[in-house]
Design a protein around this ligand. Structure first.
Ligand code: URA
Length: 243
């Protein structure tokens, strides 16, 4: 791989910045100053040091974010609304990360961000049965018959039939709902079909990854090795790489 591509993929420098850093002698490869931005390197074996920092090659990136209200799940927004990417520092934003699935602007909680399109696609496919667990607050009490309807697959107002979902009631107005698919505004529409209304939603788990209680709203962190293993098995494919 070219040195400038390596640094760009790792979110450290644009190609122009790499060219400048080479001229300034700010990059070494295996201890020797890099003399060209298009120098061929072995990204898995060569020791690249950029401005004093050893840069390791990581194939894909997986981050978790505790999404606050009012930011949208998109990579950019034409109307200038804040997106989840605006909550990340510039070096993470530069990697071309995107949200793995969507939460509504007013939904909070666990959101994964990645640059691994293939695995994200699998995790979001209903075929892979990746569970998504949400805590809800409803406007009206949720009854036993609502839980049964959800288990049988609720029909939405447009005729779409949802896959079976599990509702666990904590109080008459609050509880947890587990989905294995992610249709547009799905939970709000399901509650609408049950003559109810969602007042708040927070995602607490996705594909076996739990929202850690010590991650404040608006904060993010890379997935741990254990979390990546869980995602790997949920997506039914080989080993993924840690950031
Ligand atoms: N269902 C919804 O209605 N909204 C979300 O954000 C997620 C699931």
């Amino acid at each position: 791989m070219r040195l400038d591509r390596f640094l760009s993929e790792m979110g450290k420098a644009t190609r122009r910045e790499t060219a400048l850093a080479v001229r300034r002698g700010e990059i070494t490869v295996n201890g020797a100053p890099a003399d060209r931005p298009d120098l061929r390197i072995d990204e898995n074996a060569d020791a690249v040091v950029f401005r004093g920092e050893r840069i390791f090659y990581k194939k894909t990136v997986w981050l978790m974010l505790n999404k606050p209200q009012g930011v949208i799940c998109a990579t950019e927004d034409a109307r200038g609304q804040r997106t989840v990417l605006d909550l990340l520092p510039p070096e993470e934003r530069r990697r071309g990360l995107f949200p793995c699935g969507r939460l509504d602007a007013d939904t909070t909680g666990l959101l994964l961000l990645t640059d691994d399109g293939e695995t994200a696609h699998r995790l979001l496919s209903p075929k892979y049965h990746a569970d998504k667990v949400y805590e809800y607050r409803a406007a009206r009490p949720v009854g036993e018959e609502d839980c049964l309807r959800a288990e049988q697959g609720i029909e939405l107002s447009d005729g779409t039939v949802c896959l079976p979902a599990r509702i666990e009631r904590l109080t008459p107005l609050t509880g947890r709902i587990t989905l294995r698919e992610g249709k547009y505004h799905q939970i709000k529409r399901m509650f609408g079909a049950m003559d109810n209304r969602i007042l708040s939603l927070r995602r607490v788990s996705f594909a076996g990854i739990e929202l850690p209680p010590d991650l404040p709203e608006g904060a993010w962190r890379p997935l741990t090795d254990g979390e990546l293993e869980r995602l790997t098995s949920a997506a039914g494919r080989g080993k993924m790489h840690k950031k």
